[in-house]
Design a protein around this ligand. Structure first.
Ligand code: HEC
Ligand code: HEC
Length: 438
């Protein structure tokens, strides 16, 4: 029986290994270079709560170097939370209406030229058939002229009531959003841009690299977005890892990371999806990852599912499919999975290679929130769980404990410490004078 078991295991491993890709190092030349003044403007804006409706939350609250550009939580607390990371609590005077429905992704290597999709469901993506060159949830309402996909992304967190805008009646930004005024004069983006434009230190920074602003033009939200994108793309480039150095001819990976690399690009089949220099095919796959929290229902629906890519394309084959994450620094960016359902990476990898939802034991990292819907409603609903399980397409791979620890050693060899600290780091102060999360 044992012999038979290990034989089937070997066969399964061989089968999974059939469609594997070669390891490729990240090339620093595949990142655009930006003007230092633009990067500096973006740096300060990223850490400045002035972009949020109630001026109480910045991009860095959910994407902080302390938590490897994420927030250390399965599902974070947006506007209405106080504190950072695992110490973040709900403000009893301004309770968030719900948890943020997805895990805050790390921001490494998003400025690499091969990145074509943003968000766990890719709802912002490069699309040459559209006028703006991008497909986004705002479709034709989307302003044109963004410098990049990464820049277009910035337009969205500031509009979300739960993330940064705040709730109806609380401030000018949230009211504009609620009334559907996004673009144009007096729209949400315009209100935010005017706040930035009114701060002399920001105007001076923009004027240093932007002839229009130097000549008296106002700072627009596209300027703000482009600067933040320039900062993110520059600050968190992660290519100086033991893995990349080895591929560029440096010291080979030590054991057990080398064994782990062999499994990753071979028998364990990981590189079937985590492929290319970014270790992501930029594609979408249904991996039966456990679902928790409020989910992503449309306004007129009440379920707590997150249909993933299906919400964007409406194609049945995309049900419960999520984007393949890039893996640099992944051992530092937990909890893992689109809803952060695993706080332990070894458990995640084991589950991910051979996912059986019925065997999953909750291990999320969640701040207390009295207004939260029942966090585990989907997994307690047999029908909803079965649908997620049935959408799983890939061939499962049974990994033993030694395989898992070898793979973990390999994933750790994808760490670039300098990129985690960031090149500029956390600023001491921001031009608005508002408090900086640290
Ligand atoms: C309340 C927490 C929160 C705040 C504040 C926030 N984000 Fe995010 N961010 C998230 C979450 C959650 C996602 C994933 C959303 C999804 O996939 O649906 C995300 C996604 C992203 C992505 C896409 C990453 C990827 O790999 O696809 C970028 C880039 C990003 N945020 C940058 C920013 C910037 C810039 C700001 C400030 C303007 C900001 N975020 C503010 C939580 C936050
Ligand atoms: C069929 C495609 C596919 C294969 C094969 C695959 N992955 Fe993934 N991986 C994904 C997708 C898609 C996600 C995101 C799933 C989600 O969040 O729902 C993911 C998520 C991850 C994450 C979590 C990243 C994060 O930031 O939360 C890690 C770590 C990971 N995979 C490692 C591996 C390893 C190791 C293997 C091989 C044992 C592997 N993957 C095999 C597609 C794949």
């Amino acid at each position: 029986m044992t012999v038979f078991r290990s034989l089937t295991r070997v066969l399964a491993l061989l089968w999974a290994g059939a469609a594997c890709a070669e390891p490729v190092a990240l090339d620093p030349g595949d990142f655009d270079e930006f003007d230092a003044a633009q990067v500096q403007a973006g740096w300060l804006l990223f850490y400045d709560p002035v972009l949020s409706g109630n001026k109480n939350i910045s991009c860095a609250t959910c994407h902080h170097p302390k938590f490897a550009t994420s927030d250390g939580l399965s599902l974070g607390l947006g506007e209405g939370g106080i504190g950072l990371g695992r110490a973040r609590v709900a403000d009893s005077n301004n309770l968030p209406e719900q948890r943020i429905p997805r895990n805050s992704p790390a921001l490494f290597n998003l400025g690499h030229r091969a990145v074509t999709v943003m968000f766990h469901d890719g709802r912002i993506e490069v699309d040459p058939t559209r006028k703006s060159g991008l497909r986004t949830p705002l479709e034709d309402e989307m302003a044109e002229g963004f410098a990049s996909l990464l820049s277009a992304q910035t337009m969205f967190p500031v509009l979300s009531a739960d993330e940064m805008a705040g709730h109806y009646q609380e401030n000018d930004v949230s009211q504009a959003v609620r009334q559907g005024r996004i673009t144009g004069d007096g729209g949400a983006w315009d209100i935010i841009a005017k706040r930035v434009d009114a701060i002399a230190a920001y105007r001076a920074l923009f004027a240093a690299f932007d002839a229009g602003v130097a000549g008296g033009d106002p700072v627009t939200f596209i300027d703000v977005s482009d600067a933040i994108a320039a900062f993110v793309a520059t600050e968190w480039r992660a290519y100086d890892t033991a893995f990349d150095r080895a591929l560029r001819g440096g010291a080979p990976l030590p054991e057990p990371a080398a064994q782990g690399q062999g499994l990753f690009f071979g028998a364990a089949g990981c590189s079937g999806c985590h492929s290319g220099a970014l270790l992501s095919d930029q594609g979408f796959h249904a991996m039966a990852t456990p679902q928790l929290g409020p989910g992503k229902a449309a306004r007129f629906e009440s379920h707590q599912r997150d249909d993933g890519r299906f919400r964007v394309t409406g194609a049945a084959a995309d049900a419960f499919a999520f984007r393949t994450p890039m893996l640099r620094n992944v051992t530092r960016t937990g909890p893992w999975g689109h809803a952060g359902a695993h706080s332990d990476l070894a458990d995640f990898v084991k589950f991910h290679a051979d996912p059986v939802l019925a065997t999953y034991a909750p291990q999320a990292t969640l701040p207390d929130l009295s207004t939260a819907v029942a966090d585990w409603a989907v997994l307690e609903d047999a029908g909803a769980t079965a649908a997620i399980q049935m959408a799983y397409q890939p061939r499962p791979v049974a990994l033993n404990d030694a395989d898992i620890s070898n793979i973990l050693a390999f994933l750790d060899a994808l760490t670039d410490d300098a990129s985690i600290a960031g090149r500029l780091g956390v600023p001491d102060a921001v031009p608005s004078g508002l408090a900086v999360d640290r």
